[in-house]
Each structure stands twice: as C-alpha cells, then as structure tokens.
Design a protein around this ligand. Structure first.
Ligand code: NDP
Ligand code: 8X3
Length: 246
C-alpha cells in the first residue's frame, strides 16, 4: 500500500490528485486550511488541518498522518497561491510575502520534515506542483513567477542531495488550469476570475493529476524530473488562443 500525502487538497489540483490516487487504492493523507472540505474529496482518506505557513501546523499534520497510515511514500507539494497582478512598482509587500511564504518556504518546511525518513527508508517520491510561470515571467506576475522558478533549483538540489537513496523528485509544471486559483488571486472576484478562462479551453485539475499519477507510478528506477503540461491553446503564460465570440 502506498501512502500519499497531499498538501492543499481542499480544491483544484490537490483535490484531483486525491481522487486519482484514491482510485488506485492508495492510502491518503490530505491537508488544507479549509479542512472541513477534505472528507468529501476522497472518502476514507485521513484528513487534517494544515497551514503550510505555520511550522507547528505542519508538524501536527505530518505526525498525525504518519500515525494514521505509516511512513510517507509520496509527498505531493501542491499547496500554493497567487495574489493579484500588480506590477512590482505598484504592489504592496504583503501579497509578495504571502506567496513566498506559502509557495516556497511552506513547501520547504513540509519537504524537509518528510525527507529524512524517505532517505533512511531508501524510498520515497517528492512531487512539486510548479508552473509554467516558473519558466516564463509575465507582467504582473513577477513574484508569483519567482516563487515557482525557485522550485527548480530546490528540486535539483534535493535530487543531488539524496542521490543514492532512491528518492525521486518530480516537478509537474502546468499552464492554465481552471480551478479556484484565479478566484483566490482576485480575492473572490468571480467575474474577473472567469475572464481568465474566457474563450479558452484550459487544462482541468484532472489533467494535471494524470501527470502526477503517471510520474508516481513509473518503476522505482525511473525519475521524471520535470513535466511541463500546457493547454493546446496556450503557448506561454500570456499567449493564449481565444475563440472569437459568436
Ligand atoms: P486552488 O486555489 O483551487 O487550490 C489551492 C490549494 O492550496 C487549496 O486546496 C488551498 O487550500 C491550498 N492552500 C493555499 N494556501 C495554503 C496554506 N497556507 N496551507 C495549506 N494549504 C494551502 O488552486 P490550484 O489547484 O490551481 O493550485 C494548486 C497548485 O497549482 C498551486 O501551487 C498553484 O500555484 C499551482 N498551479 C496552478 C495553476 C492554475 O492555472 N490553476 C497553473 C500552474 C500551477 P486552503 O485554502 O483550504 O488552505
Ligand atoms: C498559474 C499559471 O500562467 O496563471 O501557475 O501564472 S499562470
């Protein structure tokens, strides 16, 4: 039985990963701040509150997950967010700090607590949900893009630091995915969020979960380093084909 731990499983890509791993019969531990949502996502999963920006919350979550289902085989570092699209000269530091603290420091704080047991057991897989934003910057996305770009050297370093221990590290880097991401980015402005996907066929969270599951189900000697997955209608973060309005 494989124990899969997913951060940010209360919606979008994290929830889709939970459903996909659940279908394979894997044991799940799911965390998010909105923990009330988790039980309905994958019945039978161990569910627990988690705020990746709070070390004490991470420790409670991981200890409870390990107590429930044993050592972690796959860690899906999915929790993340963007806030706003202000240019650097117009932004406030508050949104920057929230993105960096969640997407980078939060991910590191979870990962550093999971890795030692993986190294000791000589088995484990760390999956990181990066983004096309980590490969190409765009106007108004500087700090979000930086937070996702930062995951690349972090993954590279972990691969080097764990070499010889069978630990695998995969970054799954999607383009536009229709989830609650834009609603969160625009502070609950549903009309503005919907415009992001206007006339486009974006990826679904299930499309991304397919990639995560594919990477995690390769034989142990195969490591998919990076999977970049884009909607066919998107060539870069801000180059999107939109169907003309009828
Ligand atoms: P959603 O907003 O639908 O999901 C984000 C998830 O992250 C939620 O479950 C949320 O749970 C969780 N989360 C946010 N902050 C925290 C925190 N401090 N502690 C724990 N959990 C947290 O968006 P997506 O599913 O799209 O986003 C998932 C990941 O995918 C993110 O890392 C995002 O950057 C990345 N991504 C998204 C793309 C897109 O176009 N949608 C494209 C490329 C990458 P809760 O609020 O309950 O804590
Ligand atoms: C989210 C994708 O292009 O909106 O990571 O930044 S994008």
């Amino acid at each position: 039985m494989t124990h899969v731990v997913i951060t940010g499983a209360s919606s979008g890509i994290g929830a889709a990963c939970a459903r996909a791993f659940g279908k394979l019969g894997h044991t799940l531990s799911l965390g998010a701040r909105r923990s009330d949502r988790l039980a309905a996502i994958a019945p039978g999963a161990f569910c627990h509150a988690l705020d990746v920006t709070k070390p004490a919350s991470i420790e409670r979550f991981l200890a409870a997950a390990i107590a429930a289902h044993g050592p972690i085989d796959v860690l899906v570092n999915n929790a993340g967010l963007a806030r706003g699209v202000e240019k650097i000269a117009e932004a406030t530091g508050e949104a920057w700090r929230e993105m960096i603290e969640t997407n980078v420091i939060g991910l590191l704080e979870v990962t550093r607590r999971a890795l030692p047991a993986m190294i000791a057991r000589k088995q484990g897989h760390v999956v990181v949900i990066g983004s096309i934003a980590g490969h190409k910057a765009y106007v108004g996305g500087g700090v979000y893009c930086a937070s996702k770009r930062a995951l690349q050297p972090i993954c590279e370093a972990i691969r080097m630091e764990t070499l010889g221990s069978n630990v695998r590290v995969t970054s799954v880097d999607p383009g536009m995915v229709e989830t609650e991401f834009s609603l969160v980015r625009f502070q609950g402005d549903a009309e503005r969020a919907a415009k992001v996907y206007d006339g486009v066929r974006p990826l679904t969270a299930d499309d991304v979960a397919d990639c995560v599951v594919f990477a995690a189900t390769r034989p142990p000697h195969v490591n998919l380093d990076t999977i970049v997955v884009m909607p066919t209608d998107q060539a870069s973060p801000q180059m999107v084909h939109r169907a003309p309005k009828a």
